[in-house]
Each structure stands twice: as C-alpha cells, then as structure tokens.
Design a protein around this ligand. Structure first.
Ligand code: M6R
Length: 622
C-alpha cells in the first residue's frame, strides 16, 4: 500500500511527481523518492519520513530538468522505513534502471537467492529491489526493455504495481499490474500513471484503468497496453468525476476536518438520482439482478474491513428489518480463509471506500469462484473491486484523503439504507415478506431529509470539541450502543484508537453486564449512543438502565441523544443532542460527534490527524 506516480511529457517532471505524491501520501508516508531521466542520465533522490523530507533533500541536492520520471511514497512491508529501503530502487551493476513497487513479492527470497548466487549486490532489505535487478539483468540479455520487463513480472508471485524507467530508453515508462491498483492518466502530448486518479487529476480527467496481469508501455504520445502473455488490450477511457480541488484541504486545518464538513454533501450525492421525492428507490446499477434473482436471494453476506465493516453492521439492521433477508457481516480476512458456505443464492455485498483493500478483494474473488454474485459498494471510480464485481453502487463521497474514514462511512451507510429499501420493494413485488410499500416510501422520504440533518449536527458540536480538548489526557474511553448505535460505538472507538492512540473499546450496551462492566472504575469516561425514546419498541429504557449500572460504579457518561430526550440529561454528565429522525437512520447522525471528538482529542495531543502512525489509507496487502 504505497503510492505510485509516473509521468512522461513536456511539463516539469519533478513538479508533476511531487504534486502526485502529495495527493497519494495518504497511501503511505514512511518514506518517499523520485527518479527522473535528464540529459545527463538517471537521477534519484529518496528519503525516510514524510514527503517534506524528500522535498528538503531535493532542495539541498537539486535534480536536473527532466521530462520523464517516477515517484513513490511508501508504507513499509519488507524492511524498516529508512533512506536505503525507500523507493526507487536501482537495478543492474551500472544502476541505469529505476523501479518503484506497491505490493508484496511473495517469492522474493527465492529470487534474491538466485541473484546473490550470481553476485548481485543489494542496497536495501526490500523485496522490490529484487525486481529491479532482475529487469536490469534481463534487459542486458534481451536488449528489449518491454520484453525484459514482462519476462520478469511473469516470474513474480504476490501483489504488485511496478513502474520502471531506464536511462538507455529515456522516452518510455513501463508499468505492470497484478493485484494492486494502477490507472493511466491520458493527456495531450503527455501521459501519467498513478495508484489512483488523485495522482494526476490536476492535469487530466481522462483515465484508463489497467486490468489484472497487464503491462503498460507509456510514451508522451502513445499508450500501449498488453497482457502479460503479449495480447493487445483496447484501452477503455473514463472521465474522472471530481476535480483537484476536491482533494485539497480548501482552507481546513486538516483533510479530516474538511471531510467531516463534506458529509452533508456526501450523503446528498449518494442519494441523488436514486431516491425520488415520493420516497421510491431506483438503483439502476443493479438492473443486472432481475426481480427473480432478488427473490431467490436466501442470504446476504457483507464483507469489508475496519470502518467499512461497521457500515455493513448498520446495513444489516436495515436490510433484515425492511427486506427480511438474513444478513451476515464478515470481516473479509476472516471470511476468506474459513471455508465459508456460499451458494448461488448468496448475494455478496462488498463494501470498500478505496475498492483496493486486498482482504476484501480476496474475499470477493473467493465468493465469485463459489458461484455467488458480488455487489460492490465503493467510493473510487475504476477501482479493482468495482471492476471485478457484478454490479457497483458507487458512493459519491468524493476523494477521501485522511486515513481515518469519515465521509466515506456516512456515504456507505447511506448506500446501505438505499439497498435495504430497494431490496424490500423488489421482494415485495416478487410476493415475498417485506415492509409494505407505503412504509417504504415514508422511510425513503425520511432518508431524503438526512443531508439537512447532518448539517444540523455539524452546526452544534462546540461541546464535543471542548470535551475532546479537555480529555486529551484520558487513558481509556469506552463506547456503548445498541441496535444501529452498536456499530456507531465500535466506530467511535476505532476513530479514537487510530487518531489519538489511546485505549478505546466499543460494546453492545446489553453485553456490558456479561463482562466488560468490570472495566468501569471511578472516573472512567463512557460515551453512550442513546436510541430515540419515541419508537414504541424503543430500546431507550434499556440503555438508560445500562447507563445507571455504569454510573453506579463511577463512570462519567457522555450521552449522544436525540433532541427532545429530556430524560437522558438526568443520567449523564454531558449530553450531545442530534436531530430527531427514524431510529434506524440515526447512525448517520450519531457517528458525527464521535468523529469530531476523536479529531479534537488527537489535535489536543499534537498528533497528525490525517496521517496517524503505522497506518495507510488503502491496505493493499493481506
Ligand atoms: O478502503 P476500505 O474502505 O476498504 O478500507 C477499509 C479499512 O481499512 C478502513 O475503513 C480503515 O479501517 C480506516 N482507517 C478507518 O478509519
């Protein structure tokens, strides 16, 4: 899960590469490097740490003017984040070849042994350097760079996007892709390569996704794509739907702060064109599934990781409630390797912001092999998950740059609600048991009001901001919720762990008395997501009892409750109110104070909220 950028064309290559790396830094930020080919040959600069370190290095040791180059921002897998392990890696005894790699070469030990036996000297501990030396040696033998390149990549096992340039071929960038993302940016007299479109969107919105086991031979005026077996591939262009400004901070203190503020739009854009004013849902994206197919679904398995998995947990409540289809939520990595039961009537719903999470890709590939249909909920156009699924519901959250997911989550939850209403309506039409049409329409109309309510939540967060700052020294925070409040509690804890590096756990409030209540001691902060008291089957009284149980043992309670809930104030030190809505949709609102709490607490500790330690935005290794 590194960021990769390549360029060939008349612009200042260094500017293009550094601009691309800045936008890709969310993918990894342990070290960064660039190589360019200038009139005097191949030049490389690389440095451990964030991109700024590389920029300083280049300021101190400038690069010559060049019109071709490659750049890399790293999330370490093989070898610590040091200058030496930073990419690019040089290949061959004369070091004329430069290579960058995203992914893991699983058979690198065997290949390295072969190179060591032949006397190759290594400058790093990485798996990637092996590929650099192999391509350089193969080029010596064949004299043809694309042939040498493909001969080597065919020998590699695992996941990789690899870019190569060579001093003796100063007009071409080669790229190969297997199980890792690669997109081409199509320019006029110039072309680009990137791990995703963010790498080049400020220069062109024309893009081509590169398929599995394909290589790209890229020149300023020519794009050639071939399979590893040499068959030509016809490029399919698409238009990037957002512009560069969407991926810049726009005056906010951090990308995360901006992305939290983007949430009303993310929800509205995800609903747009799918939810009519009468509350009916149209999901033309899944037209491929006939009413008969939907009738035959006997189980839905939702696969995802991290925050996306919590979006699935929320969707489960809605799908089961409205469409009466059993839903199982699975962490992709656990699902894939436990011989799960999948039949042709199982619908797999894979949820991923990036669409490149390797665990989720492996889970969906496995499910497809077993004959299941896969529906993706994905935020990234042209992502691998979208390409490999039978149908895609795109969330329209726009680019999410901060490592901690916020607007992508609310968009995923929104898409999950849409799916639930759609499936319910289709099942009803097919004569199955489901919520009646009039209720579904009413729910659809309620969902249309959610963007305005999200705005409302964002306008009333001063108390949460203050609490986040005040609690900067907290050692542990617990989160409790029930029903859709339970995944929200889990998400609140995850946000705090990843952003503020403090112990945080989310529990189902009803589970507390089965063990976790032993954690409560005097002064323990507990954030409780309180359900609406208005439903006739509301869990409100039960959550109030849970609060009383922990308060009796010294907990300090911060409640996230619905406007008008007067009772809760009697049982909590602080109450953060969110607007009233159907309880099932409340997750979109109650999660926002928790995002802001984590953001503020992290800021108060002086931490980097956009790039927390040890993490990367897209986890493209298993
Ligand atoms: O791109 P994805 O949605 O597949 O990513 C899944 C998780 O890696 C991601 O949600 C992660 O948990 C976030 N850092 C949480 O904020």
């Amino acid at each position: 899960m590194c960021g990769i950028v390549g360029y060939v064309g008349p612009k200042s290559t260094l500017e293009v590469l550094l601009g691309g790396l800045k936008r890709l830094e969310y993918r990894g930020y342990d070290s960064a490097g660039v190589s360019v080919i200038s009139g005097t040959g191949l030049e490389t600069r690389k440095k451990a740490g964030k991109l700024d370190n590389l920029v300083n290095e280049i300021t101190n040791h400038p690069l010559s003017e060049a019109h071709i180059g490659i750049g890399h921002t790293r999330w370490a897998t093989h070898g610590a984040p040091t200058d030496g392990n930073a990419h690019p890696h040089l290949g061959g005894p004369t070091a004329k070849l430069s290579l960058i790699h995203n992914g893991i070469i699983e058979n690198f030990s065997e290949l390295k042994a072969e190179l060591l036996a032949a006397g190759t000297k290594f400058a790093s501990e990485t798996d990637s350097e092996v590929a650099a030396h192999l391509v350089a040696a193969e080029f010596e033998k064949t004299g043809d760079l694309p042939t040498a390149f493909v001969n080597v990549v065919k020998r590699l096992h695992g996941a990789f996007t690899i870019l190569v340039i060579h001093e003796d071929q100063p007009d071409v960038v080669l790229a190969a892709r297997r199980n890792a993302p690669l997109v081409i940016g199509v320019g006029d007299g110039e072309n680009f390569l990137g791990s995703d479109v963010a790498a080049f969107v400020e220069h062109t919105k024309r893009a081509i996704s590169v398929g599995q086991d394909e290589i790209v031979i890229l020149r300023a005026n020519e794009i050639e794509i071939r399979t590893f077996e040499g068959a030509p591939v016809a490029p399919v262009e698409f238009e990037v739907s957002w512009d560069a400004s969407a991926a810049s901070k726009g005056g906010w203190s951090s990308f995360m702060a901006k992305e939290i503020a983007d949430q009303p739009q993310a929800v509205a854009d995800t609903l747009m064109g799918r939810l009519e004013s009468d509350g009916s849902v149209r999901l033309s994206e899944i037209d491929g599934l006939s009413t008969e197919d939907i009738k035959n679904i006997d189980r839905i398995v939702m696969v995802a990781c991290g925050t996306a998995a919590y979006a699935c947990d929320v969707a489960k409540y809605a799908i089961e409630k409205f469409a009466r289809i059993p839903v199982q939520v699975e962490l992709s990595h656990e699902f894939r390797y436990r011989d799960p039961i999948i039949t042709k009537n199982t619908l797999i719903v894979a949820v991923s912001q990036s669409g490149e999470t390797m665990d989720t890709l492996m889970a969906t590939r496995y499910a497809k092999e077993q004959g299941a249909k896969v529906l993706a909920i994905c935020n990234t156009q042209g992502a691998t998950l979208a390409r490999e699924s039978d149908a895609v519901i795109y969330t329209h959250a726009g680019p999410e740059v901060a490592v901690a997911s916020t607007k992508a989550l609310v968009a995923q939850i929104t898409a999950g609600y849409l799916l639930a209403l759609f499936l319910a309506s289709e099942r009803l039409a097919a004569g199955c048991d489901a919520t009646d049409e009039a209720t579904l329409r009413k729910l659809g109309q309620e969902l249309l009001k959610m963007p305005a309510r999200v705005t409302n939540v964002l306008e009333g967060l001063n108390e949460v901001r203050a609490l986040g700052k005040e609690m900067a020294n907290a050692k542990s925070v617990l989160f409790l919720g029930r029903n859709v409040g339970f995944p929200v509690a889990m998400e609140g804890a995850l946000k705090l762990k990843e952003l503020a590096y403090i112990h945080a756990e989310g529990f189902a409030a009803g589970e507390l008395k089965h063990g976790p209540i032993a954690l409560i001691e005097e002064g323990q902060p507990v954030i409780v997501i309180v359900p609406s008291p208005r439903d006739h089957d509301s869990l409100h009284p039960k959550v109030i009892s849970n609060i009383q149980e922990i308060r009796a043992r010294g907990a300090k309670v911060i409640a996230i409750a619905e406007a008008g809930d007067k009772e809760v104030a009697n049982f909590a030190e602080h109450v953060i109110y969110v607007p009233q809505c159907e309880n099932i949709f409340s997750s979109i609102l109650t999660v926002i104070p928790l995002q802001v709490f984590a953001l503020e607490l992290s800021g108060a500790k002086g931490l980097d909220v956009d790039q927390p330690r040890n993490l990367a935005k897209s986890v493209t290794v298993e």
